[in-house]
Design a protein around this ligand. Structure first.
Ligand code: ADP
Length: 618
C-alpha cells in the first residue's frame, strides 16, 4: 500500500473511532445535555411577553386562615364566586375533587362551579391504572377534564417537558393546561396527527410516540420589563374581593402552593434548587401554548449529522493543514462545537450538547495527535536519511582515499618518469587492481545501503562457501605477509550459501583484514568453517590486541573503534564491521564475537547453508 493511502486510512480510522465514541458518550451524556439545556434556558435573551394566565393559590397563610385543608372546599367555592364574577376566559382547577366533602361546602362549590364558564377540572391516573376523577356533581359542571401529571427528569427531577397526553386504563386525557388553552381559545376540539396537535390556529409540535411531550418555555423570573404570571392568594381575595378584577380576560389556574399541602412540586431550569408548585407549572405550560413559540428537539438524523460533520471537520483540518494553522482552525472548530447548540437553541431547536462537543473534541484531539505522531515519524526518517548521507560522505572520504592515493601515485610515476616496459606494466596492473577495488567498495557500500533502505532485493545466487573463503584468504595474504602473519585454515566444510556473493566476500574479507590489522607481527590467524545444525559457521581467529567485554558489544556500531585499535596506529573508520553485520543479517544469519585483551579475538559468521551437492559446487 502506498504511504499516503495508509495515512488517509489512519485519519479515517481516527474519524470513525471519534464518531463512535461520541455516540456512546452521547448516551452517557444526558446529565450534561440537561445541564447545558438549563444553562441555555437561563441565558437566552428574555423576550417581553404579557402573561395570558393568572394564578389563584392557597398558600401557607391562606390555609392557616381558612382552617386548613378541611376548610379548603368552602374557601374554594367563595374564591370561585369572585373569580367567575370577574369574567375570566377560562378557569382550570388543579385540585382533584374526587371525594365528597362537607355537604354545605360541596353544595356551595357546585354552585360556584356552575357559574364558572370554560371550566377545566383535573383528573389523575393513580398507581394500579385507575383514573381518579372529580365526583359526578362537580364533573358535570366542567367543560373539560385534564390530567395534571408532570414529567420530572429521571436523573435530576427537573421538569423540562410536559406530557400533553396521558393514557391508561383504556382512557386518555389531555393535559389540564392544554384543555384550558383550548377553552380559552373557544375551540371545541383538539385535532391530532402523529407529529403534532392543533388547537385553532396553533400548531403544537408534540409527537404521539413521545406522549406528546412539549418543552415548557418557563417565563423568566419577573424583572425589568418582564412580568410574571399574576397571582392572588385565597386569603388576599377573601380579604379584598375587588382584586378579582385582575382575572378579567385571563385563564385562571387554581391550586395549592403551600409547602405543607402541595405534593406536586418540581424543579425547573430556573429554580436553582427551589421547587415550583404544580399549579404554576401548569400555568407555564399554558403560557408556552399561548405564546405559540415552541422549542422542538432536533431530529435524530440532524443530531447525528452534526456530530459527524464536526468530527469530519476536525479530522479534515489536520489532513489539509499542519502546524499553527491546523491548531488555530481546530480551536475555532471547538468553539463552534460549543456555541452551535446554543445558536440552534436560540432558533428553538434543541440539539444534544455533549455528543457534538465530544465528537469535535475527540476528532480534533486524536487527529492532531495522529498528525503529531506521523510528522515526528517523518522527521525521524528524514534524520536517519541525513545520517546515512553523512556516513556515505564519511565513507567516501576515509575508505576510498587509500586506493585513490595509490592510483594517483602510480599514474604520477608513469607520467613523470621514463619507465621500462616491465615497470610500466606492473604499475598499470596496480592501477587497474586498485580501481577495481575501489569500484567494489563503492558497489558494496551502495548495495548495503539500498538493502537497508528496502530499495533493493537481496540477490539469490547459490555459491560454495569454501571457494569464497579461500578466495578471501588469497586476497588477504599479501597484507598478512607484510607483517609476517600466517593464515592457517583448518579443513573447510563444503556447503552452499545463498545470497549476494560479492557482499559475502566483503564480509569475510573484512574479518580477515581486521584480524591482520589488529594483530602484532609474527602471529597466527586461523580460519575455520564447519556445519552445525543446518548452519555454516565461518570463524576467523587471531592472536591480536583483542578487546574488553564492554567493547565487544560496541564494535558493530558505526564509527566505533576500540581504544587499543586507535593506539595501535592502524588506520580505520570503524564502519567495516557495521556493514559486515548488516550483510550477515540480510542473509538471515548473525555474527558472534569472543575476545580477550592482548590474547586475541574470534569473529564467527553464522549463516544458513545447504549441503553442497556436486552440481551446486561446480
Ligand atoms: P576499522 O577496522 O575500520 O576501525 P571495523 O568496523 O572493521 O572498522 O572495526 C571496528 C573496530 O572493532 C575496530 O576499530 C577495532 O577496534 C575493533 N576490531 C575489529 N576487529 C578486531 C580484531 N580482530 N581484533 C581486535 N579489535 C578488532
Amino acid at each position: 500500500m502506498r504511504k499516503p493511502d495508509r495515512q488517509r486510512l489512519g485519519y479515517l480510522a481516527v474519524l470513525a473511532a471519534s464518531f463512535l465514541l461520541a455516540l456512546v458518550a452521547g448516551w452517557l451524556g444526558t446529565p450534561i445535555d440537561n445541564y447545558a439545556y438549563d444553562w441555555m434556558f437561563r441565558h437566552q435573551p428574555a423576550a417581553a411577553w404579557e402573561p395570558q394566565s393568572a394564578l389563584l393559590v392557597a398558600d401557607e397563610a391562606s390555609l392557616t386562615e381558612l382552617g386548613g385543608m378541611r376548610g379548603l372546599r368552602g374557601a374554594l367555592a367563595r374564591a370561585l364566586e369572585h373569580t367567575a364574577a370577574a369574567g375570566p376566559k377560562a378557569v382550570a382547577i388543579d385540585i382533584v375533587l374526587a371525594e365528597e366533602g362537607d355537604a354545605a361546602d360541596d353544595a356551595a362549590l357546585e354552585a360556584a362551579l356552575a357559574k364558572t364558564s370554560n371550566l377545566a377540572l383535573s383528573c389523575e391516573l393513580l398507581p394500579g391504572e385507575r383514573w381518579q376523577l372529580p365526583i359526578e356533581r362537580f364533573r358535570r359542571r366542567a367543560a373539560a377534564l385534564g390530567h395534571i401529571h408532570g414529567d420530572p427528569g429521571p436523573l435530576d427531577g427537573v421538569s423540562r417537558v410536559a406530557p400533553l397526553e396521558k393514557a391508561g386504563a383504556r382512557q386518555r386525557y389531555w393535559a389540564l393546561a392544554l384543555e384550558a388553552f383550548r377553552l380559552s381559545q373557544g375551540e371545541a376540539q383538539i385535532e391530532e396527527s402523529p407529529q403534532d396537535l392543533r388547537v385553532g390556529a396553533t400548531l403544537i409540535p408534540a409527537i404521539r410516540e413521545h406522549s406528546r411531550a412539549l418543552r415548557i418555555r418557563y417565563l423568566p423570573p419577573a424583572g425589568e420589563g418582564l412580568s410574571a404570571v399574576p397571582r392572588l392568594t385565597f386569603k388576599q381575595l377573601h380579604d379584598h374581593p375587588g382584586l378579582a378584577a385582575r382575572f378579567r380576560g385571563k385563564t385562571v389556574f387554581v391550586g395549592i402552593t403551600a409547602q405543607s399541602a402541595a405534593r406536586d412540586r418540581l424543579l425547573t431550569p430556573y429554580s436553582h434548587g427551589f421547587y415550583m408548585a404544580g399549579v404554576e407549572i401548569h400555568a407555564n405550560v399554558f403560557e408556552t401554548l399561548a405564546r405559540g413559540r415552541f422549542l422542538v428537539p432536533a431530529p435524530e438524523a440532524a443530531a447525528v449529522a452534526l456530530c459527524l460533520g464536526l468530527a469530519a471537520a476536525g479530522v479534515l483540518i489536520f489532513v489539509l493543514r499542519a502546524g499553527w494553522q491546523a491548531y488555530a482552525l481546530a480551536g475555532l472548530l471547538l468553539v463552534a462545537a460549543h456555541v452551535l447548540p446554543y445558536v440552534f437553541f436560540l432558533r428553538d431547536l434543541v440539539f444534544p450538547y455533549f455528543a457534538p462537543v465530544s465528537s469535535a473534541w475527540l476528532a480534533t484531539v486524536s487527529a492532531g495527535a495522529y498528525q503529531f505522531v506521523t510528522v515526528r515519524r517523518r522527521l525521524r526518517r528524514a534524520e536517519a536519511e541525513r545520517a546515512r548521507y553523512q556516513e556515505a560522505v564519511h565513507f567516501v572520504s576515509h575508505e576510498m582515499r587509500t586506493p585513490l592515493t595509490a592510483i594517483q601515485g602510480s599514474s604520477d610515476l608513469m607520467r613523470r618518469y621514463k619507465l621500462s616496459e616491465d615497470k610500466r606494466q606492473e604499475i598499470a596492473e596496480r592501477i587497474s587492481s586498485e580501481s577495481r577495488r575501489l569500484a567494489r567498495m563503492i558497489e558494496t557500500f551502495l548495495s548495503v545501503e539500498r538493502l537497508s533502505a528496502g530499495e533493493m532485493e537481496l540477490k539469490q545466487e547459490v555459491f560454495p562457501a569454501r571457494e569464497l573463503v579461500e578466495a578471501c584468504i588469497e586476497r588477504a595474504r599479501p597484507l598478512a605477509e607484510r607483517k609476517q602473519i600466517r593464515i592457517d585454515t583448518e579443513p573447510l566444510a563444503e556447503a552452499l550459501l545463498t545470497g549476494d556473493r560479492e557482499l559475502m566476500e566483503y564480509a569475510v574479507y573484512n574479518l580477515l583484514t581486521n584480524a591482520v590489522k589488529y594483530s602484532p607481527p609474527e602471529t597466527l590467524v586461523t580460519v575455520r568453517s564447519n556445519r552445525d545444525d543446518g548452519r555454516l559457521r565461518i570463524s576467523v581467529q587471531d592472536q591480536g590486541i583483542g578487546m574488553d567485554q564492554d567493547e565487544v558489544k560496541k564494535v558493530f556500531q558505526k564509527f566505533y573503534r576500540t581504544r587499543r585499535a586507535e593506539a595501535s596506529g592502524e588506520k580505520g573508520t570503524g564502519i567495516g564491521l557495521s556493514i559486515v553485520e548488516q550483510i550477515v543479517t540480510h542473509h538471515g544469519g548473525n555474527i558472534e564475537v569472543t575476545s580477550q585483551p592482548e590474547r586475541g579475538s574470534c569473529f564467527t559468521l553464522v549463516l544458513p547453508a545447504q549441503v553442497a551437492s556436486r552440481a551446486g559446487s561446480e
